[in-house]
Write a protein that binds this ligand. Structure first.
Ligand SMILES: [Mn+2]
Length: 269
């Protein structure tokens, strides 16, 4: 049995099909998706149908684009320029797919395999298990009867820093932003929401979350996506970036978590 971690699909359904064919996946194998299954690419609907059909074979964590869809569908928000949700919105199974999506976790920890899966990253103040516990607070709300109110009020950059005293939506929003939007940290640990380019030009006052993580928790193995400009490179063998920018015309990548071997297919569009 092989576990493959697959980078941000973002509606690149044709490339996902090609990647799974290239990997010659069998029913014994497991597929970990780093989130952002939907948006920007042309096949969000087909991607959701495919991944949902995998059942227990797939582990999915939610990304910011998945949450953006749920905020539109359940939270009353408007689509933004560049969103590609029209086909999904009009699909006969849109309710079934969205209901499935909102029940997916933000963090997955597999202690036997020795890997954690999250869309954006894990804040260095937390072990994977600690963030897993906090993420559960959000997941219970998203899966429960209060999900519409959560998705209506989900957006926002505050609070940018954590406090154990946080309650209600500010607490849930910060946990959500760490799991799904974090890239760089200020010296005090607060989240930056501006910079999303290459590592070579990171402003001096900011540090990538994974650099801080490598210095304080050097033994954790974390698989993440979200930051396409990294192009799969963190400089740390145990901190595995998987977003290789398929939706931006580059590649969709899978990483074999036993060998760390990478397999990629090129963007078709
Ligand atoms: Mn993302």
């Amino acid at each position: 049995m092989t576990t493959y971690a697959i980078g941000d699909v973002q509606g690149c359904h044709a490339e996902l099909v090609a990647l799974l064919e290239t990997l010659t996946v069998t029913r014994e194998d497991r597929l970990w998706f780093v989130g952002d299954l939907v948006n920007r690419g042309p096949g969000s609907l087909e991607t959701l149908r495919l991944v949902k059909s995998l059942g227990d074979q797939a582990v999915v964590v939610l990304g910011n684009h998945d949450l953006h869809w749920l905020a539109i569908y359940y939270g009353g928000h408007d689509a933004r320029r560049g969103d590609t949700f029209d086909t999904l919105m009009g699909a006969p199974d849109v309710e079934e797919l969205s209901d499935w999506l909102r029940r997916q976790p933000l963090v997955h920890v597999d202690e036997a395999l020795g890997f954690s899966l999250v869309h954006a990253g894990i804040h260095p103040r937390w072990s994977p298990g600690e963030l897993r516990t906090l993420a559960r607070e959000v997941e219970v709300v998203m899966a429960g009867s209060g999900h519409a109110a959560y998705f209506a009020d989900m957006y926002g950059n505050v609070p940018a820093n954590w406090s154990a005293e946080l309650e209600g939506m500010p607490r849930l929003r910060h946990i959500t932003n760490v799991c799904t939007r974090m890239r760089l940290l200020h010296a005090d640990g607060s989240l930056d929401f501006q910079y999303k380019e290459e590592l070579t030009t990171v402003p001096d006052h900011l540090t990538p979350w994974f650099e801080r993580y490598a210095s304080v928790r050097p033994d954790e193995r974390i698989v993440f996506g979200h930051w396409a400009a990294l192009d799969g490179v963190t400089g740390h063998a145990n901190l595995i970036a998987t977003d290789t920018g398929c939706v931006w015309g580059r590649e969709l990548t899978a990483v074999d978590l036993s060998t760390l071997e990478r397999v990629s297919v090129s963007c078709r569009g």
